[in-house]
Design a protein around this ligand. Sequence first.
Ligand code: MG
Length: 402
Amino acid sequence: MAVTVRDVKCIITAPERCDIAVVKVETSEPGLFGLGCATFTQRITAVKTAVEDYLRPMMIGRDVEKIEDAWQQMMGSSYWRNGPVLNNAISGVDEALWDIKGKMLGVPVYQLLGGKVREGVAVMPRGAHGRTLEEVGDSVEAMTKDGFEFIRVGLRSLFACDEERKPEGAPEGIYFDPKKAAKEYVRLFAYLRDRFGDEIDVGIDVHERFHPTEAVSLAKALEPYKPAFIEDLLAPEYADWFAEVRRVSSIPMAMGELFVNPMEYKNLIANRLIDYVRCHISMLGGFTPAKKLAATCETFGVGTMWHGPHDITPVGMAAQLHLDLVSPNCICQEYAVPGEITYEMFPGSPVVKHGYAYVNDKPGWGVEFDEEMAKKYPGKGYNLGGGLAFMGRRHDGTAVRT
Ligand code: MG
């Protein structure tokens, strides 16, 4: 008798500053269930609706072992597809099915994909930031001592914009001056190379803040300082411009935090215009499409550096790490290490020790979830900066994404 799906639910909780979403798939086998990550913190109740109103009825009664078939059904059944809300909903169910598969066979998921190619995954922490060059340098030095070899830097003064340049009546907001920011990046890298030499790998994330010609110019200006990578140099809409970037710079390009659709990355990979993919795997639709993307990248010599911010569950982080463990082309894993409350709510969460992340060897993802504890930390709603956390303004007041 096939084991089938008995119920599907999406639980929103906020153990720390962000709302996160866990999907739990219960089965016809008593005590057998799976967990998946469906965290799209900016639109999280929409994801819950997509899971419980649309995927749940479709999944109940299905054979839990047919993961690929379930994924194709979930992705195709809305006819219009590949948006962040639906992809996260699918991810929650998909990852839960992989968890169930591992538990049924009594092995960690990485064993289902050929086994480990490494024992620990090199971690890229969230970033070395500071108000001054010296503060950034001190932060880099501290991370190096903690064992991290992939470090991203940022300078808070990038967002300092001259008040007198704003037009009269300019609204409140985060102001950004691209010309000034480009100069600050060059100044920062000149400082870091002077202080540390070529011994450290330091990259930057420019969050698609530049127009294409500004982006090409920045890559050219930074070339002498050999950054380890530039992340999200261009917005997905301007991805064609990566060919221009390649003509002026050999700096590795990390791209894809915002990708939700294979149309966004397939040409960049096939045409060798980027070096590392930075996708957030629940935004792709879960573990099933992410393992395909990892394999495609390997074929073209592109590495993986999956996105690992605070708005991800330890279940989602474990899924990324299981994939990292089996992918020869994994460069490193971004990892925003959560606080104690999250570790208590998710027993078995991955751990980071001296620059490397480790999963346990329990079946499935190896991560548990204390639902009773989660109830004590209800979701807060998306109100980071009144929902404007990812919007900024140019010096003349024009709204831009940041
Ligand atoms: Mg980023």
